[in-house]
Design a protein around this ligand. Structure first.
Ligand code: DGL
Length: 268
């Protein structure tokens, strides 16, 4: 048993979709969340920059006596997981592997779509992981950069979201995919719109949910589960003004964010 908190990291607010799944599956765990809101988006940045930001963010989380780190951000998992694992001696889990595994287990026709930021799709991280497990598979990746701002505006169920999704997902529809990895923290919020565009014919894989399952297994395996069965406490840290995070974040979590502080991340 280990009652220290889990560190959850994201480029901003989207990682709350992962935090939400973790609190549902592991309600006794305390969580320290860091969202790098001053430097979001990561999805359009170079690998070097993302690595630098991730290492700084981890240095901050390590000051909070955490027992493991979850990289909730798909872009950061895709571009900086290896470097983070080299630099920090703590169990680290990203979203790519759990998401890829679930897609492979769910597909029936071996045609899998992956959507994410430009950084995630161009890195080929999901595509490579899936291909390794399913060499005969057809994997089609599409970057959907407008989805993040749509979700941050709270427009996930609007006409704008529907039209945008229709355009991005056309190629995937034409390839007759039967499963689609929602490879970005914000995309589970758009699942109803995505499902509507795909006419309910495609299984949507939510890496946030799959990652929470993997976190539970990892803690169990390493004897790191909290002794509490519920009542886990969440503390939030951000690198920019906490107010926006509180407002949009409260919407994603469907509960008020109480404990939140600003951090000067450039100092780390
Ligand atoms: N959190 C990022 C991801 O999952 C999306 C936002 C960003 O571009 O930083 O890829």
């Amino acid at each position: 048993m280990d009652d220290r908190p889990i560190g959850v990291f994201d480029s901003g607010i989207g990682g709350l979709t992962v935090l939400k799944e973790i609190t549902e599956q592991l309600p006794g765990e305390d969580i320290v969340y860091f969202g790098d809101t001053a430097r979001i988006p990561y999805g359009t940045r170079s690998k070097e920059t993302v690595i630098k930001y991730v290492l700084q963010s981890f240095r901050f989380l390590m000051t909070k006596d955490i027992k493991a780190i979850v990289i909730a951000c798909n872009t950061a998992s895709a571009l900086a997981m290896e470097e983070a694992q080299k630099e920090f001696d703590i169990p680290i889990i990203g979203v790519i592997e759990p998401g890829a595994k679930a897609a492979v287990s769910m597909t029936r026709n071996s045609k899998i779509g992956v959507i994410g930021t430009e950084g995630t799709i161009n890195s080929q991280s999901y595509q490579r992981k899936i291909r390794k497990m399913l060499p005969s598979g057809e994997i089609i990746g599409v970057a959907c950069p407008l989805f993040v701002p749509i979700v941050e505006e709270g427009w996930e169920n609007s006409d704008v979201a529907y039209m945008t999704a229709k355009k991005y997902l056309l190629e995937l529809k034409e390839h007759n995919i039967d499963s689609l990895v929602l490879g970005c923290t914000h995309y589970p919020v758009l699942r109803y719109t995505i499902d509507k565009v795909l006419e309910g014919k495609v299984t949507l894989v939510n890496p946030a949910y799959e990652t929470a399952k993997a976190v539970k297994a990892l803690l169990k395996e390493n004897n790191l589960l909290s002794s509490k069965l519920d009542g886990g406490v969440q503390r939030f840290y951000v690198s920019d003004d906490p107010e926006k995070f509180k407002r949009i974040g409260g919407n994603i979590l469907r509960t008020e964010i109480v404990s939140i502080e600003k951090v000067d991340i450039e100092k780390m």
